[in-house]
Write a new protein. Structure first.
Length: 278
């Protein structure tokens, strides 16, 4: 057995994406890549001017996007014909594969909007696969609850609570954890996985070695190991996300992530030629 300790604490940078949605970006800047995770954004504001322009139609190829709404409403529409409204607690897991064009626009003109988008790399053998879309309603999400904590399971398994994403090549774990003060969250992970915690709010201690205090909206990269222990110094809310590294070269080109620069150029050409969506 090996205890998992803190590797690095990273403060996100302020950024904007889409048509000017303000957000906090961590993975995708520093670190640029935490295999298999390509990007992590937290978007959240009570000021509608920070999000009202949304994410108009745009393409993706070679990645998966996981959008988790904590609060607010977004409308999704894409080139596969999928469309729907995401509400508080809902998850959209989209495998873009060979190519998808989609939009995500706020279905609200005022009030608080808060959520996350995670990008997961796809291995070379799956990058040109058929796009797929999984929608997880909050009221159908598997939840573990006891006197110490509540865990919403988006992917992976915690005791009897199991997420709907199964048979995935990176064996993802994606938990939303609410931990009470002075209580512990303990979980065993595959030793080869890369794992991070994103503290949404509260104060926590990770592992057995002393580390710097972590403030709200902070990324915590973890050392590889098997036994993860988190103690709540206050009532706290955080994400635990883990996955098996793909260990392949990557080439980035805006919304496209492939293995070579030539494949990026092909994606751009396909998009402009109108042959992007298969």
């Amino acid at each position: 057995m090996s205890n998992i300790e803190v590797k690095q604490i990273i403060n996100p940078i302020l950024a904007s994406d889409g048509a000017g949605v303000k957000l906090k970006r961590s993975i995708g800047v520093k670190p640029n890549y935490f295999d298999p995770f390509l990007m992590l954004d937290e978007f959240g504001s009570e000021n509608s001017e920070d999000y009202i322009a949304g994410f108009p139609p745009h393409p993706h190829r070679g990645i998966e996007t996981v959008t988790y709404m904590l609060q607010g409403e977004f409308e999704h529409e894409d080139s596969t014909g999928a469309k729907g409204k995401m509400s508080s607690g809902d998850v959209q897991w989209m495998k873009t594969g060979s190519g998808i064009i989609h939009s995500e626009m706020p279905a609200m003109s005022e009030g608080r909007l808060h959520g996350f988008q995670l990008w997961i790399n796809m291995p070379a053998k799956l990058k040109m696969s058929k796009p797929d879309y999984i929608y997880i309603d909050s009221d159908k999400m598997s939840v573990h609850k006891d006197n110490d904590k509540q865990i919403k399971v988006i992917a992976g398994k915690f005791e009897k609570a199991e997420g709907p994403v199964k048979g995935h090549n990176v064996e993802p774990v994606y938990f939303d954890v609410e931990l009470k003060k002075d209580k512990e969250f303990n979980f065993k992970l595959p030793s080869a996985h890369n794992t991070f915690i994103y503290l949404i709010n509260g104060e926590i201690e990770i592992g057995s070695k002393k580390h710097d205090q972590v403030k709200d909206s902070t990324l915590i990269l973890l050392e590889k190991g098997e036994d993860l222990k988190v103690r709540g110094k206050t009532n706290s809310k955080f994400l635990v996300i883990s996955g098996k590294p793909i260990n392949e070269e990557i080439a980035r080109g805006g919304p496209f992530v492939m293995n070579t620069k030539a494949e990026i150029l092909q994606a751009v050409q396909d998009y402009h030629n109108g042959t992007f969506v298969k």
